[in-house]
Design a protein around this ligand. Structure first.
Ligand code: NGS
Length: 316
């Protein structure tokens, strides 16, 4: 009967632990872009990926439990290309993971964008609603998206490692293992756009990995960088201010291809970024994940990723 079937089918506890080095990883990857790849094609190529973009190795207990958090807006094509490359890459590494895409809603009038029942049920408090409607902020805020990504993903699972991953970067070597180390990690140390070198010594943009304890120690990421630039430098400062170092994979493994793109509307260089950066040492304690004003407009589990759409009010 059913009991027997359950006894015979291996549970997670019965499985042997995955080896320290996965037998499936190769070396450098050729990154090529098939034209018109659809999400259905990608799902068909990755039958073991479960709803929401969840994966765990079928035959062994994973050693690494990693959430991949991809902040984006208006870059659906890049997201598809990234998923096309990232899913097989993570499977070869035998990582237990979920891919979350955190999407900032750009609707001018939030009241139109809100799901009907939110309005009907009065899901938002009057003050919150008033603040958000008044602002209708539609400038990109990467720091805030990353904070929301952390908060929402940790509700789902006790992730041990978080990869904050730009949508336009594709890893070019299987040995760039998506696990965490004792210190926060900067993974994208060798991007083709920068001739496979760091553009400057403390550059911390692109792909970074933190354990939840690291994230909590630095009080999360800044919420007050609206528009392009500086938030990654702020995060690096927070790490140094908290006396942590930044680890890196060897440059030959930390290679990435950056997909080409033009300028994103609503993401102009932020003129306040240098001023804000000069205040990080004073503000990191207060500007943080705890005072994060946002509304989660939807959480959708698609076959290849969990899509979180949010709208931001202004809190700084
Ligand atoms: C720095 C920015 C970073 C940015 C880096 C690379 O100047 O946020 O350039 O940008 N810092 C400031 O503006 C203070 S990139 O060439 O990738 O567009 O990540």
């Amino acid at each position: 009967g059913l009991d027997q079937i359950q006894l015979l089918s291996p549970t997670k506890e019965d499985l042997p632990t995955c080896p320290k080095t996965s037998p499936f990883i190769g070396g450098p990857l050729k990154v090529s872009f098939p034209l018109d790849v659809t999400l259905d094609d990608i799902a068909q190529k990755n039958p073991l990926v479960q709803l929401g973009g969840h994966y765990q190795p079928p035959n062994c207990g994973a050693l690494h439990h990693t959430a991949i958090i991809i902040p984006y807006w208006a870059r659906r094509k890049h997201l598809h290309q990234l998923l096309y490359h990232l899913h097989p890459f993570l499977q070869r590494q035998q990582i237990h993971c979920t891919i979350y895409a955190v999407h900032q809603n750009r609707a001018r009038r939030l009241t139109q964008a809100l799901p009907r029942d939110t309005k009907a049920k009065g899901g938002l408090s009057r003050t919150e609603m008033a603040r958000i409607t008044q602002m209708d902020n539609y400038t990109f805020n990467r720091g805030k998206l990353l904070n929301v990504g952390f908060k929402e993903d940790m509700k789902e699972n006790n992730w041990q490692c978080l990869y904050f991953h730009d949508v336009d970067l594709i890893p070019k070597d299987d040995c760039n293992i998506y696990d965490c180390s004792a210190f926060p990690m900067h993974a994208s140390v060798a991007i083709d756009k920068f001739q496979y070198e760091l553009p400057y010594e403390t550059y911390f943009g692109g792909v970074m990995a933190l354990q939840p304890t690291h994230y909590l120690k630095i009080n999360g990421f800044p919420n007050n960088y609206w528009g392009w630039g500086g938030e990654d430098d702020d995060i690096a400062s927070r790490i140094f201010l908290n006396k942590m170092l930044i680890s890196q994979p060897p440059a030959v493994f930390g290679r990435y291809h950056m997909m080409k793109h033009g300028h994103d509307r609503g993401n102009k260089a932020n003129p306040k970024r240098f001023h804000l950066l000069s205040k990080t040492h004073l503000r990191w304690r207060y500007n943080r994940m705890n005072n994060l004003l946002y509304s989660l407009l939807s959480k959708e589990q698609t076959p290849l990723y969990t899509n979180l759409t949010m709208h931001f009010g202004i809190d700084y």
